[in-house]
Design a protein around this ligand. Structure first.
Ligand SMILES: [Zn+2]
Length: 183
Protein backbone atom coordinates (compact mmCIF):
# COMPACT_ATOMS: atom_id res chain seq x y z
CA UNK A 1 0.00 0.00 0.00
CA UNK A 2 1.62 3.23 -1.12
CA UNK A 3 -1.39 5.50 -0.60
CA UNK A 4 -0.91 6.33 3.05
CA UNK A 5 -3.36 9.23 3.42
CA UNK A 6 -6.24 6.77 3.68
CA UNK A 7 -8.98 8.63 5.53
CA UNK A 8 -11.11 6.76 7.98
CA UNK A 9 -13.52 8.45 10.35
CA UNK A 10 -17.13 8.27 11.52
CA UNK A 11 -18.32 9.46 8.10
CA UNK A 12 -15.87 7.57 5.91
CA UNK A 13 -16.07 3.95 6.93
CA UNK A 14 -13.91 1.02 5.92
CA UNK A 15 -15.75 -2.00 4.58
CA UNK A 16 -16.01 -5.03 6.89
CA UNK A 17 -13.69 -7.04 4.62
CA UNK A 18 -10.89 -4.44 4.49
CA UNK A 19 -7.69 -6.06 5.75
CA UNK A 20 -4.26 -4.43 5.19
CA UNK A 21 -2.21 -6.36 2.64
CA UNK A 22 1.04 -6.58 4.56
CA UNK A 23 0.49 -6.85 8.30
CA UNK A 24 3.70 -7.46 10.17
CA UNK A 25 4.92 -7.31 13.76
CA UNK A 26 7.40 -4.51 14.51
CA UNK A 27 10.17 -5.30 16.99
CA UNK A 28 9.04 -2.83 19.65
CA UNK A 29 7.94 -3.38 23.28
CA UNK A 30 4.26 -4.33 23.35
CA UNK A 31 1.86 -4.72 26.21
CA UNK A 32 -0.31 -7.22 24.29
CA UNK A 33 0.75 -10.89 24.52
CA UNK A 34 2.69 -12.64 21.78
CA UNK A 35 0.45 -13.68 18.87
CA UNK A 36 -2.14 -10.98 19.59
CA UNK A 37 -3.36 -9.02 16.53
CA UNK A 38 -2.77 -5.78 18.45
CA UNK A 39 0.98 -6.30 17.83
CA UNK A 40 0.55 -6.01 14.06
CA UNK A 41 0.96 -2.99 11.79
CA UNK A 42 1.01 -2.45 8.04
CA UNK A 43 4.61 -2.94 6.85
CA UNK A 44 5.62 0.69 6.26
CA UNK A 45 4.03 1.78 9.53
CA UNK A 46 5.83 -1.07 11.30
CA UNK A 47 9.24 -0.01 9.93
CA UNK A 48 8.64 3.60 10.93
CA UNK A 49 7.49 2.54 14.41
CA UNK A 50 10.73 0.61 14.90
CA UNK A 51 12.80 3.70 14.02
CA UNK A 52 10.68 5.88 16.31
CA UNK A 53 10.90 3.47 19.25
CA UNK A 54 14.63 2.90 18.73
CA UNK A 55 15.27 6.65 18.95
CA UNK A 56 13.03 6.87 22.03
CA UNK A 57 15.01 4.10 23.75
CA UNK A 58 18.29 5.87 22.94
CA UNK A 59 16.92 8.93 24.74
CA UNK A 60 15.74 6.84 27.73
CA UNK A 61 12.09 7.32 26.77
CA UNK A 62 10.17 4.17 27.66
CA UNK A 63 7.38 3.97 25.12
CA UNK A 64 5.20 0.86 24.98
CA UNK A 65 2.93 -0.18 22.11
CA UNK A 66 -0.57 -0.97 23.36
CA UNK A 67 -2.73 -1.47 20.29
CA UNK A 68 -1.94 -1.55 16.58
CA UNK A 69 -4.11 -3.44 14.10
CA UNK A 70 -7.71 -4.20 15.02
CA UNK A 71 -10.04 -6.23 12.83
CA UNK A 72 -13.54 -5.08 11.92
CA UNK A 73 -14.98 -7.95 13.98
CA UNK A 74 -12.99 -6.97 17.06
CA UNK A 75 -14.04 -3.32 16.69
CA UNK A 76 -17.66 -4.47 16.45
CA UNK A 77 -17.33 -6.42 19.72
CA UNK A 78 -15.70 -3.47 21.51
CA UNK A 79 -18.37 -1.11 20.18
CA UNK A 80 -21.25 -3.36 21.24
CA UNK A 81 -19.73 -3.75 24.72
CA UNK A 82 -19.36 0.03 24.98
CA UNK A 83 -22.99 0.51 23.91
CA UNK A 84 -24.13 -1.83 26.70
CA UNK A 85 -22.17 0.31 29.15
CA UNK A 86 -23.67 3.43 27.50
CA UNK A 87 -20.17 4.66 26.71
CA UNK A 88 -19.48 6.64 23.53
CA UNK A 89 -15.70 6.33 23.78
CA UNK A 90 -15.39 3.53 21.18
CA UNK A 91 -15.57 4.14 17.43
CA UNK A 92 -18.28 2.23 15.53
CA UNK A 93 -17.09 -0.73 13.40
CA UNK A 94 -15.52 0.56 10.16
CA UNK A 95 -14.74 3.95 11.73
CA UNK A 96 -11.57 2.93 13.55
CA UNK A 97 -8.21 3.75 12.00
CA UNK A 98 -6.81 0.69 13.73
CA UNK A 99 -8.45 -1.40 10.98
CA UNK A 100 -6.01 0.17 8.47
CA UNK A 101 -2.95 -1.13 10.31
CA UNK A 102 -1.59 2.43 10.16
CA UNK A 103 -2.53 3.48 13.69
CA UNK A 104 -0.81 2.65 16.96
CA UNK A 105 -1.81 3.43 20.53
CA UNK A 106 1.23 4.16 22.69
CA UNK A 107 1.58 4.56 26.44
CA UNK A 108 4.18 4.40 29.21
CA UNK A 109 4.64 2.90 32.70
CA UNK A 110 4.08 6.25 34.44
CA UNK A 111 0.36 6.01 33.56
CA UNK A 112 0.30 2.20 33.94
CA UNK A 113 0.10 1.79 30.16
CA UNK A 114 -3.39 3.29 30.19
CA UNK A 115 -4.73 5.23 27.20
CA UNK A 116 -5.64 8.39 29.01
CA UNK A 117 -5.27 12.09 28.42
CA UNK A 118 -2.69 12.36 31.22
CA UNK A 119 -0.28 10.40 29.00
CA UNK A 120 0.05 13.70 27.10
CA UNK A 121 1.53 15.32 30.22
CA UNK A 122 4.21 12.68 30.78
CA UNK A 123 7.80 13.00 29.56
CA UNK A 124 7.06 10.14 27.15
CA UNK A 125 3.85 11.70 25.82
CA UNK A 126 5.58 15.03 25.20
CA UNK A 127 8.49 13.30 23.50
CA UNK A 128 6.08 11.36 21.28
CA UNK A 129 4.22 14.51 20.17
CA UNK A 130 7.51 16.22 19.23
CA UNK A 131 9.17 13.26 17.50
CA UNK A 132 6.39 11.23 15.85
CA UNK A 133 6.24 13.57 12.79
CA UNK A 134 9.97 12.99 12.13
CA UNK A 135 9.14 9.33 11.53
CA UNK A 136 6.00 9.69 9.44
CA UNK A 137 3.47 9.62 12.27
CA UNK A 138 1.01 12.28 13.45
CA UNK A 139 -1.01 12.74 16.62
CA UNK A 140 -4.21 12.03 14.73
CA UNK A 141 -6.73 13.55 17.16
CA UNK A 142 -5.29 16.84 18.44
CA UNK A 143 -6.78 19.10 21.09
CA UNK A 144 -9.71 21.30 20.07
CA UNK A 145 -10.30 19.52 16.75
CA UNK A 146 -13.08 17.16 17.80
CA UNK A 147 -15.61 19.01 15.64
CA UNK A 148 -13.39 18.21 12.62
CA UNK A 149 -12.00 14.74 13.37
CA UNK A 150 -15.04 13.43 15.26
CA UNK A 151 -12.75 12.27 18.09
CA UNK A 152 -11.65 13.99 21.32
CA UNK A 153 -7.95 14.64 22.02
CA UNK A 154 -6.02 11.36 22.10
CA UNK A 155 -2.32 12.00 22.85
CA UNK A 156 -1.66 8.24 22.68
CA UNK A 157 -3.01 7.54 19.17
CA UNK A 158 -0.45 7.98 16.40
CA UNK A 159 -1.20 7.46 12.73
CA UNK A 160 1.29 6.74 9.95
CA UNK A 161 0.90 9.06 6.93
CA UNK A 162 4.48 9.04 5.54
CA UNK A 163 7.20 11.55 6.35
CA UNK A 164 6.39 14.33 3.89
CA UNK A 165 2.78 14.60 5.03
CA UNK A 166 3.51 14.12 8.73
CA UNK A 167 5.95 17.03 8.65
CA UNK A 168 3.53 19.19 6.66
CA UNK A 169 0.64 18.49 9.01
CA UNK A 170 2.69 19.07 12.15
CA UNK A 171 4.04 22.39 10.85
CA UNK A 172 0.66 23.67 9.68
CA UNK A 173 -1.39 22.19 12.54
CA UNK A 174 -3.90 20.79 10.06
CA UNK A 175 -5.74 17.51 10.63
CA UNK A 176 -6.02 14.92 7.85
CA UNK A 177 -9.62 16.03 7.28
CA UNK A 178 -8.58 19.68 6.84
CA UNK A 179 -5.73 18.71 4.54
CA UNK A 180 -8.22 16.88 2.32
CA UNK A 181 -10.74 19.70 2.74
CA UNK A 182 -13.35 17.41 4.23
CA UNK A 183 -15.81 18.58 6.84
ZN1 LIG B 1 -6.13 4.41 18.84
Amino acid sequence: MKYFPLIVNKERLLSPDYIPASLTEPAIPFNAPSGDERRLLEKSAAKAAMRLFTQAALEQIGLVGVSGYRSYERQKELYEDAMKRKSSAVAPPGASEHQTGLALDVSCPEVNLELEERFGHTKEGKWLARHAPLYGYIIRYPKNKENITGFPYEPWHIRYVGEALSLYLSLTGLTLEEYHELE
